[in-house]
Design a protein around this ligand. Structure first.
Ligand code: SME
Length: 145
């Protein structure tokens, strides 16, 4: 998957084009990905995420650092895997079918946090260390190299 994304994006520097392509290709590859996309760090706000390219139903537009699963990933800069979103304090429900979630911080080549990548699944406990490693590698290769 990573190689296919890299070959589509070869020579394309635009950040929106890169994010949109990653979201579209991953969402098309996995049936259990219900919402797949990016929340970018808003450069005009202090510690706030704003929705970026995604595939899925309408998501909320803004999430403060520390809020929900995305804001927790942004503040901690650690990938979050949530097996049961209903048990996560402060989870922000965008699609009532969502049952589990993974959020991976996205950093640029200078190590700055630029976004988080969020996937919601309609299956419980859909994400494990294999998903974490695969997504972390794709995001690193696409945005930090
Ligand atoms: N569930 C996320 C919010 C974003 S939507 O799921 C698209 C959260 O708790 O951060």
């Amino acid at each position: 998957m990573g190689h296919e994304i890299a070959s589509v994006l070869a020579g394309e520097p635009n950040l929106t084009a890169r994010m949109a392509t990653v979201a579209a290709m991953l969402a098309a590859s996995f049936d259990h990905y219900l919402w797949t996309g990016f929340y970018g760090v808003d450069p005009d706000k202090r510690e706030e995420l704003v929705v970026g390219p995604y595939q899925g139903k309408l998501g909320c537009l803004r999430i403060a650092f520390g809020q929900g699963v995305c804001g927790t990933a942004a503040r901690s800069r650690q990938t979050q895997i949530v097996d049961d979103v209903h048990a996560f304090p402060g989870h922000i429900a965008c699609d009532s079918r969502a049952m589990s979630e993974i959020v991976v911080p996205v950093v640029d080549a200078e190590g700055r946090l630029i976004a988080v990548f969020d996937v919601d699944s309609d299956h419980p406990a859909a994400f494990d260390s294999v998903d974490r490693e695969g997504l972390e590698r794709i995001l690193q290769d696409t945005f930090a190299d």
